[in-house]
Design a protein around this ligand. Structure first.
Ligand code: G1P
Length: 292
């Protein structure tokens, strides 16, 4: 175990350079991460989850056409001045406020894969453990997914990934773990495979878009080796760290919505609306009406 393995988790990397082709034409001029689930863009849910877990240094790995994400977390002088003049409460903008200096962007200039995107943040991450959030995966829980992971990290240190079970026929779309001993929500990770063929997956426990990793992963990513789909895969780099550092999976106690797919997005919108006090009765009545 390295000396950095129990340093607090203060930094989070959000890979947000993807082109969002699955949501075209909606994502032609706005980033996929800015699509709203009710009244909050997807990226806001991930940032809220990070801050709930005590992480306040946000690193966005962006690309061309993604400036709206940074604008969203900036001080909007004209908007705030106008709202204040009209005696409107500014509380609604609270989640979009970031302390000066706590938001950093780096560009991923070419889409070479998730591992490459994370590697682009190496200079900002430096020599400390860090979290990763894939904003497509919308995780709702109390506490949130990353908070559950930080609690696990405080107990076991090392590297952690969140996992959940999916039906066998879906495993090929994800990173899959080979599970070892299990104790409560923690499972030892013995192996990792990115997008295994059906029938070759070591389990049906998939990596669900939240990670706490030691900085050594950046050194492994440095090799820029290509994996599944010809991309530089984060999963392959993590697999190489197994055996050299503790590696655990945390089974998330909560709900997960795959907002990378259209039906997942609709599901998230409906499920969250049905949970929200300000709208659940109306939405329930509407859903029942629609279902006839
Ligand atoms: C990425 C990861 C994969 C993980 C998935 C979660 O895949 O490479 O290991 O299971 O996110 O959504 P992608 O969705 O980018 O193909």
């Amino acid at each position: 175990m390295t000396s950095s393995s129990r340093k607090p988790i203060r930094k989070a990397v959000f890979p947000v350079a993807g082109m969002g082709t699955r949501f075209l034409p909606a994502t032609k001029a706005i980033p996929k991460e800015m699509l709203p689930v009710i009244d909050r863009p997807l990226i806001q849910y991930a940032v809220d989850e990070a801050r709930e877990a005590g992480i306040d240094q946000l690193i966005f790995v962006t690309g061309r056409g993604k400036t709206a994400i940074v604008e969203h977390f900036d001080h909007a002088f004209e908007l705030e001045a106008t709202m204040a003049e009209r005696d409107k409460s500014l509380a609604i903008l609270e989640p979009t406020r970031i302390q000066p200096g706590n938001l950093v962007t780096v560009r991923q200039q070419v889409p070479l894969g998730l591992g490459h995107a994370i590697w682009c943040a190496r200079a900002i991450v430096g020599d400390e453990p860090f979290a990763i959030f894939l904003p497509d995966e919308l995780m709702i829980g109390q506490p949130g997914c990353m908070k559950q992971m930080v609690e696990a990290y405080n107990a076991v240190g090392g590297n952690l990934i969140s996992v959940l079970e999916v039906p066998e026929e879906d495993v090929s779309s994800y990173g899959v773990i080979e599970p070892g001993a299990r104790s409560g929500a923690l499972t030892e990770v013995r192996g990792l495979v990115e997008k295994p063929k059906r029938g070759e997956a070591p389990s049906n426990l998939i990596i669900s878009g939240r990670y706490i990793l030691q900085p050594e992963v950046m050194r492994v990513l440095e090799a820029q080796e290509k994996g599944a789909g010809g991309e530089i895969q984060l999963t392959d780099a993590m697999a190489k760290m197994i055996g050299t550092q503790p590696f655990h999976a945390v089974t998330f106690a909560g709900k997960r919505y795959d907002c990378g797919s259209k039906t997942g997005f609709v599901e998230a919108t409906l499920a969250i609306a049905l949970e929200r006090e300000d709208m659940r009765d109306d939405v329930r009545a509407m859903a029942l009406r629609l279902l006839g």
